[in-house]
Write a protein that binds this ligand. Structure first.
Ligand code: 8YV
Length: 316
């Protein structure tokens, strides 16, 4: 029996395991490997009912509209700011993502960053490796206490809730800012992002990406957060005005930043790489063996459910 045919837009975050699993299961048309993608789509378009992509690669309206028989887009990852949902839904094309299975690992990295910056874990590691401790050629300044302080969360969704839960374990006061107050949590709600920033010792960005949150964290918010506080981002780089971030850090108007995501990945502003009060990671919050397998399994479950029933399992 022939394998079901699918279009794969891009490599699944460079994961050979994930790409191999898809190839084993389906007859894959690999758009990302074609030297002439427009010609490739013209030649293959009629056969394609299912497209596979990832939160990093996404899918444009141009590609969606080049596929007249497309019925489902299945994405590996929870974020869908890179997928043109409006273009898909305008043609009743189903879209699925992989929610919940990555919440804990993303929340763990959020806390890894939250601790690493004020407690100078990355800086201390570099200090030892440079033999400054051994040779007494430099001194490490004191860090900032984390436990018992104020954690402000911007975007209290599933991942934000997992981060907040971990905060209670550190005796933190936890508050949040959302577009709307949640009635299923007891954390303090700030309807003003500026007021939450003023209140917070640590401001954690856990919002969705895309146009609705672009530069939500602007210079005014960063100045409200202030020189004794730290900004952490595990959401999308687009949420922070990176130019303003470099400016306020250089002025000492913000105490530090710890970032897993950036506006133009994999490009990271060079100025951030020179700052000792900045911790930088290459978008690895969900990058554990366990979570990436769970994401893959859920994406495959979406594809197989659509093939069998005409419905995806976790629709966006
Ligand atoms: C991964 C992510 O980087 O799920 C998301 O939205 O940003 C991360 O899990 C991505 O999904 C893998 O392509």
């Amino acid at each position: 029996m022939s394998k079901p045919r699918i279009l794969q837009i891009g490599s699944l975050s460079g994961s050979p395991v994930a790409n191999a699993a898809v190839e084993e299961r389906y007859d894959v048309l690999a758009l990302w490997k074609s030297p002439d993608q427009a010609a490739f789509l013209r030649e293959q378009a009629q056969d394609i009912e299912i497209a596979v992509t990832s939160a990093v690669t996404g899918i444009s309206a141009e590609i969606i509209n080049a596929l007249p028989n497309l019925k489902a887009i299945c994405s590996w990852g929870v974020g869908y700011d890179t997928l043109d949902i409006a273009a898909a839904h305008a043609r009743n094309i189903q879209v699925s993502n992989t929610p919940e299975v990555l919440d804990d690992c993303v929340a763990d990295i959020a806390w890894g960053l939250l601790l690493a910056c004020p407690r100078q874990i990355a800086l201390g590691d570099r200090f030892v490796r440079a033999n400054h401790w051994e040779n007494k050629t430099a001194s490490l300044p004191l860090g900032m206490r984390v436990s018992g302080k104020k954690l402000g969360i911007v975007g209290l969704g599933n991942i934000g809730l997992a981060i907040a839960k971990r905060g209670l374990g550190f005796d933190m006061q936890v508050a949040y800012h959302n577009r709307r107050k949640r009635d299923d949590v007891t954390y303090d709600y700030f309807d003003s992002l500026i007021e939450l920033a003023k209140w917070s010792d640590f401001l954690m960005i856990a919002t969705v990406g895309g146009a609705s949150t672009r530069h939500l964290i602007n210079e005014e918010v960063m100045r409200a957060l202030g020189p004794q506080s730290v900004l952490v981002n595990i959401a999308r780089g687009s949420v922070i005005d990176e130019q303003a971030l470099v400016k306020v850090l250089a002025e000492g108007a913000l105490g530090g930043a710890a970032l897993d995501v950036f506006d133009k990945e994999p490009k990271v502003p060079d100025a951030l790489k020179t700052m000792d009060n900045v911790v930088l990671l290459p978008h690895i919050a969900s990058a554990t063996v366990e979570t990436r397998k769970a994401m893959l399994d859920l994406m495959l479950e979406n594809i197989d459910a659509f093939l069998k029933t005409g419905q995806v399992v976790t629709p966006v």
